[in-house]
Design a protein around this ligand. Structure first.
Ligand SMILES: Nc1ncnc2c1ncn2[C@@H]1O[C@H](COP(=O)(O)OP(=O)(O)O)[C@@H](O)[C@H]1O
Ligand SMILES: Cc1ncc(COP(=O)(O)OP(=O)(O)O)c(N)n1
Length: 277
């Protein structure tokens, strides 16, 4: 007789798909799988994308977004969730309404705006909606440098700028802030964390010189979501996210001809696989 294993926390990603398998919902689900949580998804947008560029995209009708939320709420006990590509103001509002309606645990907001190739994944007008309506729901917001600059109007060049910007994001309503430093021009990559209780710290790793960094933002936020669902405290979850994404970048795989995807097997090789099963 087969034995049912029922010890995987259930989590949710609310984002866009990437036909090339490297970013968006695809990166989230690969990370969830590697971190031993059961991943579900609300598809807000579909993109025709590969490692070279985003070639087309379509936003899902709001009724279908609502229906996906309802289907998940009816059948799963979501312990933590994250948002990614949300497209435009109406879709951001639809997501906000659903997040208020259902209790899906801690909300990790990755305010995805622009793909590596330069394509906008969030309309300019929607940035204000994210700021006013989504940010106050965020347990943690995880912008990269350009996203943090857009949300706050603050230019980020040095460590003090990171700190000021994180404080502005908290004043806008996000409880905790992680500003990712991948877009710096340096031999190390430093991310800055400001927690709700004002504890703050830097997470610094050597920069890997590779073009296989497609999906890094999705991956770190998905890993943090998974760890929170396992019951980790936020600081531990963020440190784990940083270790996980670093491992996936440090051991590149050869897929596609542009910005390659991450190696989601790498973290397991490094003994970072979740032990509690
Ligand atoms: N070349 C790299 N080497 C090591 N870590 C990196 C590299 N590029 C990005 N990271 C890390 O990956 C995560 C995502 O970074 P970032 O590129 O800033 O965000 P996004 O993918 O959203 O643009 C961060 O933790 C960052 O420090
Ligand atoms: C559908 C979709 N969602 C998000 C992204 C952006 O992913 P991110 O990890 O922030 O960065 P790059 O993929 O641009 O490196 C995406 N491209 N597609």
């Amino acid at each position: 007789m087969s034995k049912t294993i029922n010890s995987f926390p259930e989590v949710l990603t609310i984002a866009g798909t990437d036909s090339g398998g490297g970013a968006g919902i695809m990166a989230d689900l690969k990370t969830f799988q590697a971190r031993h949580v059961f991943g579900t998804a609300v598809v807000v947008a579909v993109t025709a994308q590969n490692t070279l560029d985003v070639q087309a995209s379509k936003l899902m009708p709001q009724s279908l977004i609502n229906a996906q939320f309802a289907a998940i709420a009816e059948d799963f006990q979501i312990r933590a969730c994250k948002t990614g590509m949300l497209g435009n103001s109406n879709r951001v509002r639809a997501v906000v309404q659903n997040l208020k309606k259902y209790n899906f645990g801690p909300i990790i907001v990755d305010p995805v705006m622009i793909a590596k190739g330069g394509t906008a994944l969030l309309s300019e007008e929607a940035i204000v909606t994210v700021k006013r309506e989504l940010l106050p729901l965020a347990t943690l917001i995880t912008p990269n440098i350009p996203e943090a600059e857009k949300l706050t109007g603050q230019h980020i060049e040095n460590k003090v700028d990171f700190q000021k910007t994180a404080r502005i994001l908290q004043n806008l309503g996000a409880q905790n802030v992680l500003i990712k430093g991948g877009h710096q021009n340096s031999d190390t990559v430093s991310d800055y964390v400001l927690l709700a209780n004002q504890t703050h710290f830097w997470l610094t790793k050597p920069r890997t010189h590779t073009n296989c960094t497609h999906g890094t933002g999705d991956t770190i936020s998905a890993c943090i979501t998974a760890e929170l669902a396992h019951g980790a405290d936020l600081a531990t979850a963020i440190r784990c996210g940083k270790n996980y994404v670093t491992a996936t970048i440090e051991h590149p795989i050869q897929v596609g001809h542009g910005h390659g995807p991450l190696n989601h097997w790498a973290a397991q090789k490094e003994g970072l696989a979740y032990e509690k099963i």
